[in-house]
Ligand binder design. Structure first.
Ligand code: CP
Ligand code: NVA
Length: 309
């Protein structure tokens, strides 16, 4: 049966660890994998802009011996030009996998339901699992372990935050979100994850105070205050998030060897200051690079043995 990658919540800890370990193997020895997806094609359907996700999937496919096709907002027009059902069925006759970046998470679920090839979430309004996988790979690479580490997410409880929350619980990373009232991560996801994490001895918490949250953190993570699709709220959000900027001063409260992370694109001077993003703790471009290695591992896992039906 084909396998999709829609949400971290649908993956077991072992599956996640399997992807992280294959990512390491691919990063260390890319030549060994240069032909594993020979003759395979990947459709990249993007309803929103992208730099990292698009380029790393396209280059990754090329490096694995396969081919990628970019289908932007003007091409497929999901649900407008034709139904998602018909797009899924048609593309499954041509390609071996589909990456979808969309405003509506439900579109991903529908695509996965009707496609006979693997569907990968390239970011939705709800989650960004490929980002969370690359981020935990980066943390593992930097520290050599994940257990008992604490990640503090400062800012909007958005798609990236939801996926980081889920993956932290599955990998044993304590996760603290510092966010203003009204910008918390998805309520149900948070509630269920806190309970599941507590059973494994992992602490997930919510705070309103970035400074006390930052104290003793191994990782300080932030993302834009206004995600794609929320641009019209940018002015209000700038006011609401004013005290939630990641600065060099805030980073100095964390552990001495802490990592400063951001999925990028960054709005410098808003959620993160130049001294934090360009400072010695920042690993933002390692994160960006690791999107490539980790997504190659995802493609190998999902597409290598894929049989279209
Ligand atoms: N981090 C990330 O997904 O970047 P893009 O939006 O540029 O793909
Ligand atoms: N939260 C951001 C992430 C971009 C990679 C957005 O959805 O715009």
């Amino acid at each position: 049966m084909k396998k999709d990658l829609i949400s971290i919540g649908l993956m077991s800890s072992d599956e996640i660890k399997g992807i992280l370990s294959l990512s390491k193997e691919i990063k260390n020895n890319p030549g060994k994998f240069s032909n594993v997806l020979k003759g395979k094609s990947l459709a990249l359907i993007f309803e929103k802009p992208s730099n990292r996700t698009y380029v790393s999937f396209a280059v990754g496919m090329y490096q694995l011996g396969g081919n990628a096709l970019y289908l932007g907002p003007e091409q497929i027009k999901l649900g407008v030009r034709e139904t998602i059902h018909d797009v899924a069925k048609t593309l499954s006759r041509y390609v071996d996998g589909i990456v979808l970046r969309t405003f509506g998470h439900e579109k991903l679920l529908e695509m996965a339901r009707y496609a006979s090839v693997p569907v990968i979430n390239g970011l939705s309004d709800y989650s960004h699992p490929c980002q969370a996988l690359a981020d935990t790979f980066t943390i593992l690479e930097k520290f050599g372990d994940l257990k008992n580490r604490t990640m503090v997410y400062i800012g909007d409880g958005n798609n990236v935050c939801n996926s980081l929350l889920l993956i932290s619980a599955k990998l044993g990373i304590n996760f603290n979100v510092a966010t203003p009232r009204g910008y918390e991560p998805d309520y149900l996801l948070f509630k269920n994850t806190v309970a599941a994490a507590a059973r494994r001895g992992v602490k997930i918490s919510l705070s309103r105070d970035p400074e006390s949250a930052a104290k003793g953190a191994d990782v300080i993570y932030t993302d834009v205050w206004a995600s794609m699709g929320h641009e019209d709220e940018a002015a209000k959000r700038k006011r609401d998030f004013k005290k939630f900027q990641v600065t060099g001063k805030l980073v100095s409260l964390a552990k001495k060897n802490c990592l400063v992370m951001h999925c990028l694109p960054a709005h410098r001077g808003e959620e993160i200051s130049d001294d934090a993003i360009d400072g010695k703790h920042s690993v933002v471009f390692d994160q960006a690079e690791n999107r490539l290695h980790v997504q190659k591992a995802i493609l190998v896992k999902l597409l290598k043995h894929g049989v279209k039906s």
